[in-house]
Write a protein that binds this ligand. Sequence first.
Ligand code: HEM
Length: 297
Amino acid sequence: MACKPSIHFIRYNVWQAVRNETRIAASLLRMHFHDCIVNGCDGSVLLDDTDTFEGEKNSFPNRNSVRGYEVIDKIKAEVERACPLTVSCVDILALATSEAVSLVGGPYWRVPLGRRDGKTASQKAANEQIPSPFEPLENITAKFTSKGLDLKDVVVLSGAHTIGFAKCFAFQHRLFNFKGTGKPDPTIHSSLLENLQSMCPEGDDSTTHSNKLAPLDSVTYDKFDHMYYSNLMNNTGLLESDQVLMKNPMAASMVNYYSVYRYRFYDDFAASMVKLGYVGVLTGQDGEIRAKCGSVN
Ligand code: HEM
């Protein structure tokens, strides 16, 4: 009989990690997104730099920001002990993400399996392909559509920002002199603005301050729910790239809908995550099953 590690085993490990630190659920979800959006879901985000390539870990969006590598490495090490060279790192990351999201109150989705791990990674591709919080919605949408995703996926998957945190660096430009106006971004509600201004003072781009963390969902940051959408309706989205969804009529009507119908959001989020998990996958003879997630065999 083929060696098949139990899902309960991955679930238990993720449960331990989330019990230890709730935020790790958010970090795993983001890592899975950053893996898939850069040249497909191939575990490339997990690879360390080598003599032949500079990996994605040190790209601008990921460096000192993507977290959770040790959770995946630990699960992989135990899976390898039981079933050597059977389950890819990218499948482990996809499974761990689904477990993590459901553990913090979100939907559960069955993860289609059989992806293989890539043999290379590209820092340049990560810098180019991961959406930035500073770019307009059209650019962000174009990055999604180039992977077979659409505007609905942008709105639905951005709902991931119902959990987790962002550094001052990611939103400070909205707080004092937004686009050279000498004033804050007019689409930040005054209550949130005051808090953020005191957390990330003007002109202070010292590492201590730019590394300070604000919750992406200031109301229920450790629970996966649909509050993200209510926040956008109330002008309390944290990132500029979140709040601009309200400026696009199609996106804004979806935001409105999900702010009311939590379980529609859950169903659509699960469906978009499965869709994301198919982007550019390697199967058959392509890629490999890595023995260790940080390096190719
Ligand atoms: C639509 C374009 C997106 C942009 C511009 C964006 C940008 C960002 C930024 C700037 C941060 C904060 C990083 C830091 O300060 O270290 C962040 C955090 C996060 N992002 Fe996104 N993101 C986008 C879409 C997504 C998607 C599609 C997902 C997942 C499906 C996702 C999941 C997360 C999560 C869960 C966090 C919190 C991570 C943690 O606390 O460790 N994001 N995102």
